[in-house]
Structure formats: C-alpha cells, structure tokens
Design a binder for this molecule. Structure first.
Ligand code: EPZ
Length: 429
C-alpha cells in the first residue's frame, strides 16, 4: 500500500494547476444516463472515484470514450471523455460497486426518470457518519416513484414515469438536491425544490443539464424550479474547478509559508474559507485566472469556525483548517455540524504534537510552537490531506499511511506540492 513521506520545513513557492472538481464530476457523469445522446465532459480530474464511476456507468451500458491528449497537453490538463448511454442495458447498481463509492447511489435518479425503474444498493455506512439516504428516497417518492427496500436494495418503480411536485427538504442535502434536480428534469410538469443545497456543484450540474435541454431556474439558491421535458439531448460541458482542492492548497501555503498561485481556481466559490484564511494570516489576491496566496509575516492567528452548508465554511475543509490552526498563536474552536464523526484526524494530528481537545462536535485547538514528524494513518479523504499539510510544517519526517484515501479526491498531490518546493514523495510497496 502506497505511503507518502514528507520532510517538513520547506516554504511553498510556485504555481499549482487546480483540477476539475470531484464533487461536480461525479453528478455530471451520472447525468449522462439521462440521455441517449453523447455528453462530453472536459476538465475531468484523474481520480480513483472517477475511474470507479466509469466502471459503474459501464455496467449500466454507458459507452465511455476518453479523448487522446492533444498537442501541447500534458498530465496537468484534465481529461476529456464522451459518455453515451445509447441504451441502458441494466437498471441495477450492485452492492459491490455502490459500497465502494457512495455517490454512485445517485444513479437511481436518471434510471427511474428515464427507464421508470431502478434497483440500487443502499450505500451503507461511512467513516465520517451514518449518512442515510432517506431524503433522496423521499424526493423520488414525491415525484411519484413507488419505493421498496428489499435485501439492502432500494427498488424504485414509476411505470407511467415521474410527475413534477413540490419537494421541501427538512434538511439541506447536496446529494438529495442533485437527485431531485436530475429526476425532475424528465418528470411531467413543474417541480419546486425548497431548502435546496446551494453548493456550486449544484449550479454546475444545472448548467450542464440546461445545455442538454433541461429547463431549470434558481440553482444556487434555496428554491429551484424545474419544468420537466420529454427527453434530453447531448452537450459538452467543462467541469468546474475544484474549490476544495483550491482551499486545501491555500491552507497548505499558509501553513508552510511562501507564495503560491492557484491557477484556474474560482474565488467566487470560496468566499468564506478565503476570509477565514485571511483572518488566520494569509494574503489572498483573487485574479481572473486564479488565486494568489501568500503568508504574511505575522505568524498564524487563532479562529473560531463552524462548518455549514454553502455559502458557509465547508465541512470538506474542516480537517485541513484544524491542521493549520494547530500552529496558531492562541486557541481556536472548530464546530462540525454536517457529519457526526468527522474528527478522525484529531488523534493523528496529536501524534505530530498538536494539542486538540474534543467535546462532542467541538474541537478546541490550542496552538503549539512546533509539530514534530511521525508515522500517521489516513482514515478518510479530507483527514488524510490534513496530515500532509501538518507534515509540511512539522520538523523532521512524517509518513502518511493508507494514501489510497487521498487518491480518491486529490490528483497528483505530491507532484503538485513538489513543484512548489515541498520535500514530499510517494513510497510504493
Ligand atoms: C456531499 O455529500 C459531498 N460528496 C461531501 O463531500 C460533502 O461533505 C457533503 O456533500 C456536504 O457538503 C459529494 O459531492 C460526492 P449531504 P452528501 O447529503 O451529498 C445528512 C468529500 O470529502 N443526510 O449534503 O452525501 C447527512 O448524513 C465528501 O468529498 C440525511 O440525513 O452530503 C449529513 O449529515 C465527503 N439524509 C447531511 O445530511 C439524507 O438523505 C449533509 O449530507 C442525506 C443526507
């Protein structure tokens, strides 16, 4: 199993090309099931989760064709793929696939909307929380689907197709909003989604669906209106830049010191995290082509942060921020409100000398003068990258185990950091 070794203490200076967003790419790829025509996606990140989803879509009959590299293109450019679901040959998503990548559960939406039936394995538990799918199922029921749970599978039927409806979510859910939007796009009549998630990835999906002929208004706000259409066509869409990857490198640059340009990043998707970073001690310059981050010379300041749905502080940057403020002057309080078990990195950061106390969903982080390298264990995607960030500033050597967690959501992380002067390498065994 691969591991990553970091020798801390180097500042980061240089340019990092931001990849396409994992959390936009997954629903966009799934949307290809809504049409028999070709959906071409540009700027697709090369990630384990994307590769896994290609296999899952292939299982349903989606033809997946990767474009060859064009002249002047190198590994830093995202991938371009054609996804064509000319004929859906199987409406079952098996446990052995869905359990590996829980977002694949969302295939239930295009399958029931287009094929009027679907049998999709429940995704099961996850390291960061129980993560039920009741809101996704309720949305499909509201659109007229009959749903049963049978031997760990959600069995959905809508012999006459779906019908538009009012869906008022009791709680904000990104996945439930993606599912409701995709299903309603082919439902008869109007759907109104209230208390919808406002994440930029929802907007990116709505943009792509509109390119395919869908009629959607209000994506990015709490109320989304969808007028269903008979069928959708093909389209070409560029996956948005990854705001979580951007935030991660901005935090790494603030932690290690130096100046980094995050090429292709979009500041508008990162309002809250960038203002928090500014408070901690980073100088942030937003440009048309990206974001420049440089640590001002004043040391790191402590902050209090609560994770919230967009536009609040994203839970997917919580672990990274915790690593940063573990070296701040003073005490920070980080409250996690989205997932009930998203502090697995705390004990690993403590191995590097961080001083963090947990009380329910609140972590109290008392800044220390120095971190010292050690062997640590990755537990989930975002926790693993917080250990890399801490390792960049720790004295001596840090070795992060189980980096397969990282590969799920960060494209070529050691190359990108090494390109900015980090002493980091992958140990393959
Ligand atoms: C998406 O997960 C992201 N995943 C997550 O990123 C991200 O942390 C999360 O949104 C919140 O921003 C992808 O986009 C692939 P939710 P999702 O439904 O859709 C509860 C990463 O690191 N809930 O918004 O699964 C749920 O348990 C991943 O890239 C229900 O109770 O998140 C959680 O407490 C991790 N019932 C809360 O809502 C439901 O039916 C928010 O979850 C659905 C969710």
């Amino acid at each position: 199993m691969d591991r990553i070794r970091i020798r801390g203490g180097n500042c980061l200076n240089g340019t990092i090309a931001i990849s396409g967003a994992k959390n936009a790419a997954l629903p966009l790829m799934i949307a290809s099931l809504l049409t028999e025509e070709t959906l071409t996606l540009d700027n697709l990140p090369r990630l384990a989760d994307v590769a896994m989803l290609k296999r899952i879509l292939g299982n349903h009959g989606v033809d997946c064709m990767v474009h060859g590299k064009r002249a002047g293109q190198n590994g830093m450019h995202g991938e371009t793929i054609d996804l064509t679901a000319g004929a859906i040959v199987d409406t079952t998503a098996p446990y052995e696939m869905v359990s590996k990548m829980r977002a694949s559960f969302w295939v239930i939406a295009p399958l029931i909307a287009r094929m009027h039936q679907a049998r999709v394995s429940l995704p099961g538990g996850c390291a960061i929380g129980t993560r039920p799918v009741d809101l996704l199922i309720d949305a499909l029921k509201a659109l007229g689907a009959d749903i049963d749970i049978d031997s760990g599978y959600v069995v959905a039927r809508a012999p006459k197709g779906l019908t538009g409806a009012r869906i008022a979510f009791p709680k904000i859910s990104v996945g439930a909003t993606h599912v409701a939007v995709m299903a309603a796009a082919l439902a008869r009549g109007e759907t109104v989604i209230e208390n919808a998630a406002r994440e930029p990835e929802i907007v990116d999906l709505a943009l792509c669906l509109t390119g395919m002929g869908a009629r959607i208004a209000g994506a990015g706000t709490a109320t989304i209106h969808i007028d269903g259409v008979e069928s959708l066509g093909g389209a070409r869409h560029r996956v948005m830049a990854d705001r979580i990857e951007t935030g991660t490198y901005a935090i790494a640059a603030t932690m290690a010191g130096g100046e980094v340009f995050l090429e292709g990043a979009s500041p508008a998707t990162l309002g809250t995290p960038l203002s928090v970073l500014n408070k901690v001690g980073a100088e942030i310059t937003a440009t048309n082509s990206g974001i420049r981050v440089r640590r001002n010379g004043n040391g790191l300041a402590a902050v209090d942060v609560t994770t919230e749905p967009f536009p609040g502080f994203p839970t997917d940057l919580q672990a990274q921020l915790m690593a940063l403020v573990s070296r701040a002057n003073g005490t920070s309080h980080i409250r996690e409100t989205i997932f009930e078990n998203r502090f697995m990195h705390v004990q690993e950061l403590a191995r590097l000398g961080a001083d963090i106390h947990l009380d329910g969903q609140v972590a109290t982080v008392t800044g220390v003068d120095r971190l010292k390298g050690a062997e640590v264990m990755a537990t989930d995607l975002r926790a693993s990258v917080s250990l890399v960030i801490a390792g960049l500033a720790a004295e001596g050597e840090t070795v992060v185990n189980r980096v397969y967690h990282l590969d799920r959501g960060f494209e070529r992380i050691e190359e990108k950091l090494r390109g900015c002067g980090a002493a980091i390498e992958r140990l393959t065994t």
